[in-house]
Design a binder for this molecule. Sequence first.
Ligand code: ADP
Length: 206
Amino acid sequence: MKKNLFIAFEGIDGSGKSTQVKLLSEYLEEKGYKIYTTCEPTDSPIGKIIRDIFNHRLEGDQRVIAALFAADRLDHILNSKTGILKKLQEGYTVITDRYYFSSYAYHSVYVDMDWVIHTNSMSADLLRPDLNIYIDISPEISMERLKKGRSSMEMYETLENQKKVHTKYREAFDRIGEVEKVVVVDGNKSPDQISAQIIKNITFDL
Ligand code: ADP
């Protein structure tokens, strides 16, 4: 039986990922599991460049962004102090807010999805999630939620883009879903209902 898991949350912006990462980690911590939560883009120097591009402080072509995410992800996995492999080795169950399916969905709006999958293949070979949890929500509802909590919106946060990314997520799951463990949950429900649906799918002998 596996003692610790690697779980990746996926979904469009405002789908409720960070809310559910928090609820799941609290639930598992209460059960006595060691939990490490993380996210992409990371806090590394590469992640900082990505965020600066998102906030329009730096210029970056979509192809550059896609490549930066691939590099940030490798550091996320391999960093000798904070890397996911290190944390798994230390016995933590690692829960990440976004992993490579985010790249497949977001970047393929601009560049060929095969290229994105290929460019991230080293990450997939190094570390596949025990479980990808996709929070499926309508782009309209997610935009309403985002607008409520924000004074300004980031690069990808337009209804038009959210719709495209939503379609691309489906395409990515259809394309490579069978080599991945993917659970789809209904993100239009309440946070507690979604959390209960997620918890039903977490077993430590995946
Ligand atoms: P993400 O991390 O996917 O961008 P968040 O968890 O930050 O999404 O949620 C976006 C906004 O929607 C937040 O204001 C959050 O409080 C709210 N929210 C999250 N889940 C739900 C839900 N199930 N129903 C209604 N509002 C939600």
